[in-house]
Design a protein around this ligand. Structure first.
Ligand SMILES: Nc1ncnc2c1ncn2[C@@H]1O[C@H](COP(=O)(O)OP(=O)(O)OP(=O)(O)O)[C@@H](O)[C@H]1O
Ligand SMILES: [Mg+2]
Length: 264
């Protein structure tokens, strides 16, 4: 049973955190959709710390609140209850303009890659570079990061001429090009074949290790759970467990894992 796993209070055991400030600190976060009679609570009293260099996988049944939590942390919607510190800044109570500023430091990767169809791969990535005010070096930066995701030869192709996996890699290049301190990914490998999925998470792993960025990734893809430092499990809007991949594997025999965690 997943409920047998402990919820870590504070930092996880295998991460040196004595002198490291959490990049994400969530305290007693609750979230509601709708108003009046339609008001519905979807997140309940979430507390969580994520540290630089960590890759944390978030899993849980459909509708459990994973995307909602990710978009709150990513300053894509406003949190109103509890506390949510992201990269040293409290988000609860911030206005929309301030939230936009926070987003500049975050790389987003979504399942629907949201590329501009009329722009080439390189131009899609260059748009992200422009947000930093760097116009002169943008082409080189875009080409460099596209090479790192194995798309050097495809830099001048438009999305229509790329495969699903290649498009997702462009979206990943766009999320990574400004070397954000925080990367939020919602099912980044769902549309990819086994090898492309592996390449993508290997790249993210490198980034976490070399640049010390924090990666929070929602996935149902049990082929990539091994890249995680921690796996957190959200059920009905509540953080049900927070475990190392080994603890998680021990607690979820393959059968129950298929039935409970990956029923989509
Ligand atoms: N914009 C919205 N307005 C009202 N309710 C919403 C909205 N977005 C999501 N919800 C509800 O909030 C709950 C959590 O949704 P969320 O998208 O966070 O789940 P999820 O864990 O990401 O699911 P999945 O694995 O299917 O992507 C669901 O009950 C959903 O119906
Ligand atoms: Mg979702």
């Amino acid at each position: 049973m997943s409920s047998a796993l402990p919820i870590a209070s504070g930092s996880p055991p295998d991460v040196p955190t004595t002198s490291t400030e959490a990049s994400i600190q969530v305290r007693n976060l609750s979230y509601f959709f709708g108003r009046g009679d339609l008001r519905k609570q979807v997140l309940f009293d979430i507390s969580l710390d994520l540290y630089p260099g960590q890759i944390v996988i978030m899993t849980g049944p459909s509708g459990s609140g994973k995307t909602t939590l990710l978009t709150l942390i990513g300053a894509l919607r406003s949190a109103t209850e509890g506390s949510l510190r992201v990269l040293g800044q409290e988000l609860v109570g911030l206005g929309s303009r301030q939230l936009v500023e926070i987003r500049r430091n975050i790389g987003f990767i979504f399942q629907a890659h949201n590329l501009f169809e009329s722009l080439t791969a390189a131009q899609n990535v260059e748009m992200a570079v422009e947000l930093t005010g760097n116009f002169r070096g943008k082409r080189q930066q875009a080409v460099d990061i596209l090479s790192q995701v194995g798309l050097a030869e495809r830099a001048d192709y438009k999305p229509a001429a790329l495969s699903g996996g290649q498009k997702q890699r462009v979206a990943i290049a766009r999320a990574l090009v400004n070397q954000p301190q925080l990367i939020l990914a919602d099912e980044p490998t769902a549309a990819l074949d086994k090898q492309s999925g592996r390449d993508v998470v290997t790249l993210m792993q490198q980034l976490a290790q070399e640049k010390g960025c924090t990666i929070l990734m929602v996935t149902h893809d049990n082929r990539i759970l091994d890249v995680a430092d921690r796996i957190i499990n959200l059920v009905d809007g509540r953080l049900e467990s927070d475990a190392s991949p080994q603890q998680y594997a021990d607690a979820h025999a393959p059968k129950s894992l298929d039935q409970k965690m990956f029923m989509m």
